[in-house]
Design a protein around this ligand. Sequence first.
Ligand code: F6P
Length: 364
Amino acid sequence: MGNRMRIAVNTGGGDAPGLNAVIYAVTMAAAQRGWEVHGIREGYAGLFDTSKIVPLTPERVAGIMDRGGTILGTTNKGDPFNRPHERNDGTIEFRDESDKVVENFKRLGFDCLIALGGDGSLGLAHRLSQKGLNFIGVPKTIDNDLAKTQQTFGFDTAVTTATECIDKLHSTAEAHRRIMVVEVMGRYAGWIALHSGLSGDADVILIPEIPFSIDKVCDRLMENEVRGKQHGIVVVAEGAKEAGGGLITKENVDVGRQEVMLGGVADYVAKAIHKKTGKETRSLVLGHLQRGGSPTTWDRLISLRFGAAAVRFIAEGKRNVMVAWQPPEMKAIPVTEVIGQTKLVSPDSDTIHTCRDLGISLGD
Ligand code: F6P
């Protein structure tokens, strides 16, 4: 391995606040070592169309650290093992073009890819590594559901945004003596709901890890009435399920998207609460607001640390690992120990106990 490396960086899956801070740190840490860095736009798309590869220099990344989104663009339909192609009759066929990605990566002379992604993107990087593409993964997702790292970047910003929104709901809920049911993101994990619901003083928090009963939810809300409080806040994770029920999903409208689209549980819960209690109930979905905006200081800091550690690990000769924050250190964890291992909220965790101690119902 020569001293002067040529590395690439890409961003895959849903965006998360902090992506640009990681790109900034990677670029600066590589430049310090005299290495070359190139950004691959839109996941792996840049490896099919080289006009989508952009040189990253300290000048190019100046001022991006605090910006949301990603200067490289991203996609959750960028699986090179299943690339959608439209046939003449308008139907779609999927082709495995992963060999082309690896071939182009090598032809362009890259030594290593820094892949910023969640479970799906890291899984793709792992499969490409089995064909010869070296990478270092950086754990990105607002959902905070990646194993082996205490936290992913983007999560703190999403929780902060959700908490601010919940804070704003209290006054309108109180004014109208209503129940407000707020749906937050998180896929199959309840981290965003739990942290924002607790910080935002919710009465009820529903998470995928604890199946809920509408009766229990209503019991808790009616306790408010006994105490003279006529309004209430329910925070529900998009992946929360009623005991004995299933996930609530939306129609998948994106060609090439593999994952189901979650959504609608707040509306379901709100209707059920109204039916049972007769109370005026409204639902709202915070949606992509949680992914937008500048990263919080915490997310910015951890993103910079993730990016710098990724470059350090490359310099140390590490490959096909994920940078994991295991306080106080950044560790290199084989990606095989991470992918497919959703990190869920433990029903026996301190945060859950804190909710119960404060009288917050988890719907069970
Ligand atoms: O994984 C991040 C996430 O924001 C999930 O919380 C959510 O279910 C999903 O992405 C939404 O994806 P999209 O932006 O494609 O609708």
